[in-house]
Design a protein. Structure first.
Length: 283
């Protein structure tokens, strides 16, 4: 007899995941207000830490063995898992910030990207802003697909389809690259749980989408080739060709009434509106 824990949560467990999602969102809001040229990534980390602690929660990133920071800050060619520190943000940078909170034993996980203005390099800013916009759009397309999907594989298919439809083709590069080695995941008692949430098409249809499924959907997209490597710090994932990356993420719950984006204060209403989907609050 299998003792594997079900990937589906009970209604009471879904309700317990609302607060850690909101705390995670608030930590990212605290970081977002500080992002500007001259600010260090360490200062961003401190702001997120203070917010999470003030809400009676813990950083779930610090529960990952060997990681002692509250957030990940990935700048330019760094796509994910960048370590906060003394790096100073500069005009034209694109920075992706990933944060998570544990509250009463339940977890939230979310990420966003921001491009800093640089009047001296408008082409660079426009290129990176488009990358961020497409990555964010693919996230919301995937979440909208979850609302109507029968199996999880439909989410990855939709994410890839959105990116392909909105990728520029220039300089011999056939559109944006989607990271293959890093994918989304289930979330609940642990920050990373089954099932894997692919950001691209796979042959496996994946598990059934039904009430109780809670996922962290997180497309990671780069301007150039998808090949990456882990830097000497053992964490930071950067592009081999040096092109910029973007990372967007939300934790989303499927319940009897529909879907609810746990890490968005409005449940995802604004992001889902262009796709004709209205989120339903968890009762």
């Amino acid at each position: 007899m299998s003792l594997r824990r079900s990937i589906y949560k009970s209604p009471a467990q879904l309700r317990a995941m609302v607060e850690p999602g909101l705390i995670t969102a608030a930590s990212l809001d605290a970081v977002r207000t500080l992002i500007a040229p001259g600010v260090t990534t360490g200062e961003l980390d401190a702001a997120a830490s203070a917010l999470i602690t003030s809400r009676g929660a813990k950083s779930n990133f610090q529960m990952v063995r060997g990681y002692r920071h509250t957030i990940c800050t990935s700048v330019n060619e760094q796509v994910v898992h960048g370590i906060p520190g003394d790096r100073v943000l500069a005009p034209g940078d694109i920075i992706s910030v990933d944060s998570g909170a544990e509250y009463n034993g339940w977890n939230g996980d979310s990420a966003f990207s921001v491009v800093l203005a640089d009047p001296s390099r408008p082409e660079v800013v426009a290129e990176r802003q488009r990358l961020s916009d497409v990555t964010q759009g693919s996230l919301w397309a995937g979440i909208a697909a979850l609302a109507k999907a029968t199996h999880l594989g439909e989410v990855g298919e939709t994410v890839q389809g959105y990116i392909e439809a909105n990728s520029p083709e220039s300089s011999g590069t056939a559109g944006y690259g989607i990271l293959r080695e890093y994918v989304g995941h289930g979330i609940g008692r642990k920050m990373h749980e089954a099932p894997s949430v692919f950001n691209y098409r796979v042959s496996d249809r994946g598990p059934e989408v039904r009430p109780g499924l809670v996922l962290a959907i997180e497309p990671m997209v780069v301007i150039g080739d998808q090949e990456t490597f882990v830097e000497d710090d053992g964490w930071t994932v950067s592009t081999v060709d040096g092109t910029a990356g973007s990372h967007w993420e939300h934790s989303v719950a499927v319940h009897d009434g529909g879907i609810w984006v746990l890490t968005a204060p409005d449940g995802g209403a604004a992001g889902l509106a262009p796709f004709g989907v209205t989120p339903a609050a968890i009762a």
